[in-house]
Write a protein that binds this ligand. Structure first.
Ligand code: COA
Length: 329
């Protein structure tokens, strides 16, 4: 018998129905469809408008769909990890709310905050419990309600982000398939370039912070862009090298959907053909922690057992990395 690996044995996404198109944004800020498409590749994004709903509700929809699809009962789940920067509340964590909403009575949960790299970090974390044979059924969800922290008067950010959720089930496999390796990195000095200025312990919410519009995502887009290309390409190369793979051995590259030009640059650096790069940014924009599992969900039918897949992301923190897995079904 081979060594135990944590394998993705199911994936399910959920996106809100409401679409915010580039033409809608033209009426809100000084921008235009041509600029947005040529600079980012985005045509529209989804926005959560259901009254009383938040990130946990999108997660719960994705998890419920995942359980139905895989035939797993809520009581069988051991752990739910939610990657998000838009938790329902500052505390408690969103994952335990999700456990409650899906009826996972025997599970515990916790959130991972690594911005756009959140899903990658959470997947690597969840995999440890499974490959070390601590738990058999771990769910990892990537979800963000970015519309709750986006300033729709700021054209530098409002054209980029959208809302969504997607979940994967991790189970042990001994046939060689599953998560093989990962390289995760961070550089806290990058916090200056991508952050929310107020609402944390450094600058608690006050009338002044609200008036100054400091409760929204802020970024120095150009500098983030450069770091994103370098970080994603570098860790992809590292993970390929140490597993003695070339781009030809990899069936799919799944990059975080930040900007179409970033995706193309990473593929170019890796000499990877765009036909084998998962892309759905044109319909969802950047959903932060949800982009990678949403791609896996949409491309699921094209994947074959044993496919070599590289996931890669870059996000606030800065955080970044690449993960190598062999598809299990
Ligand atoms: N519509 C029209 N014009 C816009 C605009 C918009 N939505 N946003 C910015 N502009 C303007 C700028 O003000 C600037 O005008 P100026 O030259 O008169 O100052 C011009 O367009 C060029 O802006 P610039 O910032 O150089 O554009 P860019 O090509 O770098 O693209 C981003 C901007 C934000 C799309 C790009 O930098 C990016 O994607 N960065 C990565 C961000 C990211 O992915 N963050 C998430 C974390 S992973």
């Amino acid at each position: 018998m081979g060594k135990t690996r944590a394998a993705i044995t199911g994936v399910q996404g959920w996106v809100p129905e409401t679409k915010l198109t580039n033409h809608d944004l033209e009426k809100m800020v000084d921008t235009n469809d041509e600029w947005i498409q040529s600079r980012t590749g985005i045509k529209e994004r989804r926005i959560l408008r259901t009254p009383g709903w938040a990130t946990s509700d999108m997660c719960a929809e994705a998890v419920k769909g995942l359980l139905e699809k895989t035939g797993v009962k809520p009581g069988e789940i051991d752990l739910i990890i939610v990657a998000t920067v838009t938790a329902d509340m500052v505390f408690p964590d969103t994952a335990n709310t999700v456990c409650d909403k899906v009826g996972a009575k025997n599970a515990f949960g916790f959130d991972v905050n690594a911005a756009c790299s959140g899903f990658l970090f959470a997947l690597a974390t969840g995999a440890q419990y499974v490959q070390n044979e601590v738990y058999n059924k771990v769910i990892v969800v990537g979800s963000d309600m970015m519309s709750s922290i986006i300033d729709y008067t700021d054209r530098n950010t409002c054209v980029i982000f959208g809302d969504g959720a997607a979940a994967v089930l991790l189970e042990p496999r001994k046939d060689g398939n599953g998560i093989v390796d990962f390289v995760l990195r961070g550089d806290g000095s990058g916090r200056e370039m991508l952050h929310m200025k107020a609402g944390g312990s450094l600058k608690p919410a006050s009338l002044e912070t609200v008036a100054a519009r400091e409760h929204y995502a802020w970024q120095d887009g150009k500098r983030v862009y450069v770091h994103a290309v370098k970080g994603m390409s570098g860790t992809c190369e590292e993970v390929l090298r140490r597993n003695k793979l070339t781009s030809d051995d990899v069936q799919w590259l799944v990059p975080h959907q930040a900007n179409m030009r970033i995706i193309q640059s990473v593929a170019e650096h890796m000499h990877f053909p765009m036909e084998r790069v998962m892309v759905n940014i044109e319909r969802y924009g950047n959903t932060t922690a949800a982009t990678i599992p949403l791609c896996l969900w949409e491309y699921e039918k094209q994947l074959k057992k044993g496919d070599n897949i590289i996931l890669t992301a870059f996000g606030g923190g800065f955080t970044w990395g690449a993960l190598y897995l062999k598809w299990a079904y």
